[in-house]
Design a protein around this ligand. Structure first.
Ligand code: OGA
Ligand code: MN
Length: 285
């Protein structure tokens, strides 16, 4: 791999987050100098987009490994991963084979969430690469939770400071009960990791709001009713258009987002069209 820096261009989306990285062929590997520039842009803009890439599983996993340890996903949510798939790669797809989905999330809407925060050690980065994209729909929206923290109503800021919430594990982002779990009767006793609602990004030093999934979760120390009220107010604040950038997918797009300071949601699309993306998740270490 060359150690000579490529003249990379960074073009911000002009919205609250998101930047296009231009001038890089990820299949050729990335020099340390280039990677440093990419990481700096990531910490500033929170979501990276690389268009026009043509990459196999190994290219994708090798790139993910530059960000940290990769998660080996079992794909239990949709009945197991197809054989022959790289152990660190998952499919996000509505395509079925032999009557069984080959990937996660189907064709419906996926509500606002941050990846894998129901675990003690949540995901830092998610890499998502578009192989097949429907003609319309299925856009992914991202919201900047550092800006959302900075501009949070002072009363709410005071209320959540130092508090933790349960990042519910019982439900999927598509709304159904996660295989192996039961429907919740008492949110305050639900399964899922407890994380501080305000977290400080280890590199940028910025504070960010950190919640699992819109419509779920519970703030410790409050009544369930009060917790619901505060969580609804937080999500309503966090998902205002001024904090959002929307990715309109093209095949060959690779997106890298930072789950420590970004939440995302996916729009529905025509279930008769095919959508296939490959995903690798990087874990906190
Ligand atoms: C995910 C996810 C969104 C999409 O893979 O974690 O939320 O656009 N995907 O498919
Ligand atoms: Mn997700």
């Amino acid at each position: 791999m060359s150690s000579i820096a490529t003249p990379l261009k960074f073009v911000p989306s002009g919205k609250a987050l998101g930047v296009d990285v231009i001038g890089l062929d990820i299949s050729k590997g990335i020099s340390d100098e280039d990677f440093q520039q990419i990481v700096d842009a990531w910490y500033e803009h929170l979501v990276l987009r690389f268009r026009g890439q043509s990459i196999n599983d190994k290219h994708l996993v090798d790139f993910a490994l530059r960000f940290g340890q990769v998660h080996h996903a079992a794909g239990a949510e949709y009945g197991g991963k197809p054989e022959n798939l790289h152990e660190a790669v998952e499919l996000v797809s509505n395509i079925e084979k032999d009557g069984k989905p080959i990937g996660a999330l189907g064709a419906g809407e996926a509500t606002w969430h941050t990846d894998m925060s129901m675990y003690e050690i949540p995901a830092t980065a998610t890499l998502l690469y578009g192989d097949e994209i429907p003609p319309s729909g299925g856009n992914t929206r991202f919201t900047n939770l550092c800006d959302a923290y900075d501009l949070l109503d002072p009363e709410l800021k005071k209320l959540v400071e130092g508090r933790r919430s349960i990042h519910d594990a019982a439900y999927l982002a598509t709304g159904g009960v996660r295989p192996g779990y039961e429907a919740l009767t008492d949110k305050s006793k639900g399964p899922g990791a407890r994380h501080p609602i305000v977290r400080t990004h280890p590199y940028s030093g910025r504070k960010a709001l950190y919640l699992g999934r819109m419509g779920f979760g519970y703030i410790e120390g409050l009544s369930v009713e009060e917790s619901d009220r505060v969580l609804d107010a937080l999500w309503a604040h966090m998902t205002q258009p001024r904090f959002i950038w929307e990715q309109e997918w093209k095949a060959g797009d690779l997106i890298v987002w930072d789950n420590r300071c970004v939440a995302h949601a996916r729009g529905a699309f025509d279930p008769k069209s095919r959508r296939l993306l490959r995903r690798v998740t990087v874990m906190d270490t």
